[in-house]
Design a protein around this ligand. Structure first.
Ligand SMILES: O=c1[nH]c(=O)c2[nH]c(=O)[nH]c2[nH]1
Length: 283
């Protein structure tokens, strides 16, 4: 008789890298996706008895990623992830829920001689599109999408003043600082019957516009405003979580060299950095 019990488990394949090129007469399209598959289900005896009879091998999951990509017509990671989830559920009654997470790496069509090139691309930026898709046996599809690695910089309209001062506070108030961040955002869809590309574009544009136009009293306030504006701009979003590190740009003291520094010369720093995150939802 064992004195322990299995409380929870899931397993799958991580970091399956996939590139898909779709070929058209007018030019090719390219998707680069890093895929994660995670399954929950009737796997107790795998752990307790070493009975592998119901185990879908993670190697098979890797092959499934490629095979479903071949037959899929999806042009968004959300739709492809849903197809992958449903394919696995349909063939594996022992699986109670399937979860597929995708990071999409962005390739930008190269412009040559002022024109879009039909088949050549360059890596646009460090920005990554993300999606998490899960379906259980109740049939309900859960889709969360987002972005990460979106480097942004405000060079005006950012203040930080009036904060708590104690015996260890050295930071001066500032009415005018450089605000650098790398946005990570994840939004939950309340409706999954949507044009994921169009909704993603609107959400991203809204986040960018608010970051640019906001007269910021803190990272916290700007983050909240970005979230509020995204929820108001996109009816299909019920909740959004945003994380924004504060990548401090430190003003250099040039008075030692007899020079002034009217907010022009900074040293950009990576570490340590402030880290602000919040989850905001529609009431
Ligand atoms: O926008 C900011 N929020 C903070 O909480 C904080 N803390 C800090 O040192 N600088 C900043 N900036």
């Amino acid at each position: 008789m064992s004195n322990v019990e299995l409380v929870a488990n899931r397993y799958g394949k991580h970091r399956v890298r996939l590139m898909k090129v779709t070929r058209h007469p007018h030019g090719n399209e390219v998707f680069e996706w890093t895929v994660q598959v995670l399954l929950k289900g009737d796997f107790e005896t795998v752990h307790t008895l070493g009975d592998n009879s119901k185990v879908l091998a993670t190697d098979t999951m890797k092959n499934t990623v490629y095979s479903v990509a071949r037959t899929s017509k999806a042009s968004t990671p959300e739709v492809y992830a849903t197809e992958l989830v449903d394919f696995i559920l349909s063939r594996n009654p022992q699986v109670s829920s399937a979860n597929v997470n995708i990071e999409a790496h962005l390739w930008k069509r190269l412009r040559v001689d002022g024109k879009d090139h039909p088949d050549t691309f360059m890596r646009g930026s460090a920005e990554v599109q993300t999606t998490h898709v899960e379906r259980g046996r109740d049939g309900v599809l859960h889709v969360t999408s987002g972005l990460s690695g979106l480097n942004l910089l405000k060079t005006a309209n950012s203040a930080f003043a009036g904060f708590l001062r104690d015996s260890l506070t050295t930071l001066p108030d500032t009415q005018d600082r450089v605000f650098g961040t790398v946005v990570q955002a994840e939004w939950v869809y309340s409706d999954t019957n949507i044009d994921f590309d169009a909704v993603r574009a609107t959400t991203r544009e809204t986040l960018l516009k608010t970051f640019a136009n906001h007269v910021s009293l803190s990272v916290q306030q700007t983050l909240y405003q970005m979230a509020e504006d995204a929820i108001n701009a996109v009816p299909a979003i019920s909740e959004i979580e945003i994380a924004m590190p504060n990548k401090h740009c430190l003003l250099i003291d040039l008075s030692r060299f007899g020079q002034d520094n009217p907010n022009e010369i900074f040293v950009p720093t990576d570490e340590p950095h402030g880290y602000i995150e919040a989850r905001i939802r529609r009431k």
